[in-house]
Design a protein around this ligand. Structure first.
Ligand SMILES: Nc1ncnc2c1ncn2[C@@H]1O[C@H](COP(=O)(O)OP(=O)(O)O)[C@@H](O)[C@H]1O
Ligand SMILES: [Mg+2]
Length: 298
């Protein structure tokens, strides 16, 4: 299966949210990375056919997804960024409701609900009201409804938002299993959330594709250009203007920094020890301008 996005445009009255976006997805897990407002949710809504483009096309094995309509919807799963589960629903009620909407035959639905609850590890709270769930549990029920029809294409908008570290690990395990035989696309603005899960990335900035490629290929782009040093506040402030700098930690009067670019800071700080370090995806992302704010931490 192949999903081909070509020259996709989306404008809201005045706002151009997507501009000539093109990329192709095949089997595997992809990360859609971009800061808030980059256009991730807009793109995903189009890919899930819950909204329409103002230009360009999306094709599934050559067929226009907006013309396929029902046929396409029968094999996609979508979790929107913000969705409200009907407050009175229990986990089971909610999945039943979604299953019926997706046209799963009644006689199969019951066992399928048990399967997906098991899959996202919520079997023991099946009869509890979703409104009493933690953020992580709500995400997981969101994933459960997205996979209930065993979709071949799975689109998850910011699925790791609000998860605690343990839930994040559980989530990455769930996702890495699914990427084996599906197209899985998940968005995030947090680099570290995607690094471990997605093999391939689509990097988006201000409605345009900045780059696509494997995590390794993107990281390689900054190999030999990432450094760490301990510098004075003054040098740190200067460095911030000239380089892509990550503030690592305060060390008394000085600051431990990590920066991408040329090694030489300048002659004004002789004696500063600058060590080369292995690049990470975060380094690439900052260097490529994917993220504007370069203070470390979210
Ligand atoms: N329904 C809408 N009407 C007008 N502008 C919108 C609408 N939805 C999104 N936008 C704008 O489009 C841009 C992209 O938004 P969005 O796709 O939500 O980005 P992301 O998901 O990457 O944070 C933003 O500038 C946002 O304000
Ligand atoms: Mg969004």
């Amino acid at each position: 299966m192949e999903l081909q996005v070509e020259q996709l445009c989306k404008s809201y009255r005045k706002k151009e949210a997507l501009r000539k976006v093109s990329f192709t997805l095949r089997k595997g897990t992809y990360g859609l990375l971009g800061e808030n407002g980059a256009g991730k949710s807009t793109l995903m809504r189009l890919m899930a056919t819950v909204d329409f483009p103002t230009g360009g096309s999306i094709r599934c094995d050559g067929k226009d997804i907006f013309q396929m309509d029902e046929e396409y919807r029968s094999f996609i799963g979508y979790m929107p960024q913000n969705y409200n589960v009907y407050p009175g629903f229990t986990a089971k009620d909610f999945l039943e409701y979604m299953g019926v909407l997706k046209g799963i035959p009644r006689d199969r639905l019951k066992s399928r609900i048990d399967e997906v609850l098991e899959f996202v590890n919520l079997s023991d709270v099946a009869g509890k009201k979703v409104k009493t769930f933690s953020g992580g549990m709500k995400r997981r029920i969101g994933i459960a409804q997205a996979v209930i029809n065993d979709p071949r294409i799975l689109i998850l908008d910011e699925p790791t938002a609000g998860l605690d570290p343990r839930e994040r690990i559980r989530f990455s395990n769930i996702i890495s299993d699914m990427g084996k035989d599906k197209i899985v696309l998940l968005s995030t603005h947090i680099v570290s959330d995607i690094e471990a899960i997605a093999g391939d990335l689509v990097v988006i900035k201000k409605g345009e594709i900045l780059e696509t490629g494997t995590v390794d290929a993107l990281v390689r782009k900054v190999k030999g250009q990432v450094w760490e040093a301990v510098v004075s506040q003054e040098v740190y402030q200067r460095l911030r203007k000239e380089r892509s700098v990550i503030h690592l930690k305060q060390m008394g009067e000085e600051v431990q920094v990590r920066f991408v670019g040329e090694k030489y800071i300048d002659a004004a700080c002789p004696g500063t020890e600058i060590s080369p370090v292995e690049p990470t995806l975060e380094d690439y992302y900052i260097f490529a301008g994917g993220r504007e704010e370069t203070e470390s931490g979210e």
